[in-house]
Ligand binder design. Structure first.
Ligand code: ZN
Length: 192
């Protein structure tokens, strides 16, 4: 099966999120356009776990391609806009991290380089390259699973949120982190 077919099969399982979506405003600064003011904390948590599960399924699928298992999903309001998994080995491309791939797809889907109202779910803390891409695309909200103490740029080796960058990102870490870590551990144990 090809990569895009696998991705769309997984995404189709998550198209009907049972939890309420945040409001996405047309106007306003991009970082203020994911509005959870009418959503309860437990629904917000459940929704974050729901989409993270989709990202985890994508990460698991990447194992079949011999990839370090990392998956990412871009959500806007109640809709999955794009999804992908690490493709560095199979696509023979250093830039093919799940997040960068998903940002590229979302830009094409939305017809612009700015991604207001979007939420990026990724199973592993983003690296320096992906962090750069997240800031470049002005993604307003990032949700990640496992921390990456060796390469993560949202607290691992540095924290981009502490840097004097113009764009502000709302970050939530540790969502289903154990499952993301388990996938990564399995991969590296088999490799050794
Ligand atoms: Zn990366």
């Amino acid at each position: 099966m090809n990569r895009e077919q696998i991705i769309s099969d997984i995404v189709s399982l998550y198209e009907n999120c049972p939890y309420p979506a945040p409001a996405v405003h047309r106007r306003g600064k991009p970082h203020t356009t994911v509005d959870f003011s009418k959503i309860g904390e437990s629904d917000k948590t459940a929704r974050d776990e729901y989409y993270m599960r989709c990202a985890l399924d994508l990460a698991a699928a990447s194992l079949e391609f011999g990839e370090v298992p990392v998956g990412a999903v871009m959500v806007r309001g109640g809709k999955i806009v794009a999804a992908d998994f690490n493709g560095r080995e199979s696509e023979k491309n250093a830039l093919y991290h799940a997040e960068v791939a998903v940002i590229g797809k979302t830009c094409r889907a939305m017809g612009g380089w700015r991604l207001p109202g979007c939420e990026l779910y990724v199973t592993l803390e983003p690296c320096i390259m992906c962090t750069g891409a997240i800031f470049q695309a002005r993604v307003p909200r990032l949700i990640f699973g496992a921390a990456d103490p060796k390469a993560g740029f949202f607290g691992g080796i540095a924290n981009a949120c502490d840097m004097p960058l113009n764009h502000k990102i709302n970050v939530k870490s540790g969502v289903l982190a154990e499952e993301a870590s388990r996938l990564l551990e399995e991969f590296f144990t088999k490799k050794r």
